[in-house]
Design a protein around this ligand. Structure first.
Ligand SMILES: O=C(CO)[C@@H](O)[C@H](O)COP(=O)(O)O
Length: 219
């Protein structure tokens, strides 16, 4: 079953807790939380205190996507705030293997995100060490951008590499421009976790948006 993770970047920041609760009621599987530092990406969002503030609104796993430089400085605070999985950008980590293990040593699931231009080969020697690979299907920083179709062969290639190594438990997550049409394409290519911001939070009927994503991914 495909995992649907609404990105709260597109939620109403004035009522984040309620929007997170609603996502759970509407059938979401994870809550995707975008933390941006205004340096690694041009946008700035929030940090661990806000993650902690919304924790009591849902029992869904918190899937934290760190678009920040030196991400390791946030790990302990994010754990205390209730994060379940933390994804760092390969481009932001000089010592990626060490960084991933620092997440796992806290008892959290570890993911690595790749910008559209970053080759899969950066994951070659750490595939066994990760719980999730996040293929960015837009350039990170903003919601509401258009899906980059050139990411489809990248997803397919990653699925092949994971299968070849028998790593069936590693999630392939995609993020950016996911809607009813692109959900089907990325799922066919091998993605099993779909992040969607605008498509869910921009829709008055969020339950129907989530079920459309699930059905498209299944088709
Ligand atoms: O990480 C990001 C953007 O950098 C995403 O999580 C966006 O929030 C996705 O938004 P949509 O493209 O689905 O509107």
């Amino acid at each position: 079953m495909t995992i649907i993770a609404p990105s709260i970047l597109s939620a109403d920041f004035a009522k984040l807790g309620e929007d997170v609760r609603e996502a759970e009621r509407c059938g979401a599987d994870w809550i995707h939380i975008d933390i941006m530092d205004g340096q690694f990406v041009p946008n700035l969002t929030f940090g661990p205190p806000v993650v902690g503030a919304i924790r009591s609104y849902t029992s869904l796993p918190f899937d934290v996507h760190l678009m920040v430089n030196t991400p390791e400085r946030l790990f302990e605070d994010l754990k205390k705030a209730g994060a379940d999985r933390i994804t760092v950008h390969a481009e932001a980590c000089l010592h990626l293997h060490r960084t991933i293990h620092a997440i796992r040593e806290l008892g959290l699931k570890a993911g690595v995100a790749l910008n559209p231009h970053t080759p899969l080969s950066v994951l070659d020697h750490i595939l066994e060490d990760i719980d999730l690979a996040l293929i960015m299907t837009v350039n990170p920083g903003f919601g509401g951008q258009s899906f980059i179709p050139a990411m489809l062969p990248k997803i397919r290639d990653l699925r092949g590499r994971l299968d070849a190594k028998g790593l069936h438990g590693v999630h392939i997550e995609v993020d950016g421009g996911i809607n009813g049409e692109t959900a089907a394409l990325v799922a066919q290519a091998g993605a099993n976790a779909l992040v969607a911001g605008n498509y869910i939070y921009g829709n008055n009927d969020r339950a129907s948006a989530i079920s459309t994503l699930k059905n498209s991914a299944k088709a």
